[in-house]
Design a protein around this ligand. Structure first.
Ligand SMILES: Cc1ncc(COP(=O)(O)O)c(C=O)c1O
Length: 430
């Protein structure tokens, strides 16, 4: 057998052949990546034998930690039976049962489940359902979406169009469809007032309003109260248009409740989920819809939703997504969150007194602070990232927003360790 490649051989090959996400060619050429050999629970283990607490649950995905033994077992069991088959004209047990279980945990009224691959595709599906629904149900003028400035809904063209972060949209402006973004620079109260105004004064072209409920993740972990979401739900009902909740980041307990919309006691018309949905193991996503929407696609072949993906309803993904739901039940994942949420909130409050920290905030299993003015392209966050690496945590920032969003089942002692590292790393760059 050939000897495994060394770390430096892997990095050389990486530089020769890979194209990395959100990474400049210079950064790719100059900065050594962490080379991860294995992971367990909240720990990433590199090829040098060092380990790092995964401060962002690997891009907000591994909510149950890495390599949860029950997920691995479910994956293996399913792989021995059926790894893949098409989902059109074919049914299989994991897909069907997962849909039933999703409806059971979903906010009331969401009774239909469409599977896709990741957060971006879950949003693409929601946008296409909304658009086609109005087109074939007597309101073809409803072609525009309303969204918040600073929103992030993914990187595919439709998801980017409804997204509102210049850093991600900037290069693609002419490619994107027109979306009404209300300004969030002067706070969420004002932004929601603007949404209300649009819905009241000019509802006719609005196919739907898309929001990340309670927290804008990629926009620097910006949080807003549930009351704003509740009032928005009422306004979308008054305008008889659709509310689309992007729970890709916020769902599966990240904000303290299973869905973030639960805190506002509202049900959207469409709900998108991904990331934690498949327990950080396989790409899999779902868009949930109401029966009203599904009914709008009855009436013949030419009224069907013309959308699908090769891996739609993939049995491996479906089997592990089912296992994820039963782990949430059996291990009382949400029950453990409230104490750890307080721990995060206290730790970030304490960081407010560190030099040049301009704001701190926390919600559920997220804590964040601003470490400088320059926003997404700020550099201090990256110095803190390097300091945290030395101390044993992976703390990829959003520019000058430094945050934690660890696995929900991280142990309290490990969480203390992570929060201490954040504090010390910020202090070290003062
Ligand atoms: C709120 C939200 N929606 C959608 C997405 C896109 O998900 P994906 O990266 O799986 O396509 C993200 C990704 O971070 C997200 O935070």
């Amino acid at each position: 057998m050939k000897a495994p490649l060394t770390r430096s051989e892997l990095i050389t090959l990486d530089r020769a052949h890979l194209w990395r996400p959100y990474t400049s060619a210079e950064e790719h050429a100059e900065k050594d990546p962490l080379v991860i050999a294995r992971a367990q629970g909240p720990w990433l283990h590199d090829m040098n034998g060092r380990r790092y607490l995964d401060g962002n649950a690997s891009w907000w995905v591994s909510n149950l930690g890495h390599n949860h033994p029950r997920i691995t077992a479910a994956l293996t069991r399913q792989a021995e039976q059926l790894s893949h088959c098409a989902f059109a004209g074919i049914a299989h047990e994991p897909g069907v049962l997962l849909a039933r279980e999703m409806v059971a945990v979903a906010p009331k009224g969401l009774t239909r489940v469409f599977f896709s691959d990741d957060g971006s595709t879950a949003l693409e599906v929601a946008v296409k359902i909304a658009f086609q629904y109005w087109r074939q149900n007597g309101r073809p003028q409803r072609t525009r979406f309303l969204a918040l400035g600073g929103a992030f809904h993914g990187d595919t063209v439709g998801a980017m169009s409804i997204g509102g972060i210049a850093a991600f949209r900037g290069a693609f402006g002419p490619l994107l469809f027109d979306t009404v973004h209300v300004d969030t620079d002067n706070g969420f109260e004002r932004a929601f007032e603007a949404l209300h105004r649009e819905l009241k004064e000019n509802p006719d072209p609005i196919a739907g309003v898309v929001v990340e409920p309670l927290i804008q993740g990629a926009n620097g972990m910006r949080m807003y109260p549930a009351s704003l979401l509740k009032a928005l739900r009422e306004a979308t009902r008054a305008a008889d248009t659709l509310l689309i909740a992007d729970e890709v980041f916020a769902g599966y307990g990240r904000t303290g409740t299973f869905w973030a919309v639960d805190q506002a006691h509202v049900s959207p018309d469409l709900l998108c989920t991904a990331k934690g949905f498949s327990g950080g193991t396989l790409p899999m996503a779902a868009t949930l819809a109401t029966e009203r929407l599904y009914d709008g696609f009855r009436g013949g072949k030419d009224r069907a939703l013309m959308h699908g993906h090769s891996f739609c309803g993939n049995p491996l993904g479906a089997a592990i997504a089912r296992e994820v739901l039963s782990i949430y039940r059996d291990e009382d994942v949400l029950g453990q969150v409230s104490k750890k949420a307080k721990q995060i909130a206290h730790a970030f409050e304490a960081m407010a007194s560190l030099p040049k920290v301009t704001g701190t905030r926390a919600l559920g299993m997220v804590g964040a602070c601003e470490v400088g003015e320059a926003g997404y392209f700020g550099q201090r966050g990256w110095r803190i990232f390097e300091e945290a690496k030395k101390r044993g945590a992976y703390l990829r920032p959003l520019g000058n927003t430094v945050y934690v969003a660890p696995p929900l089942n991280i142990l309290e002692g490990e969480l203390t360790q992570l929060l201490d590292i954040v504090h010390a790393s910020i202090a070290a760059t003062a």
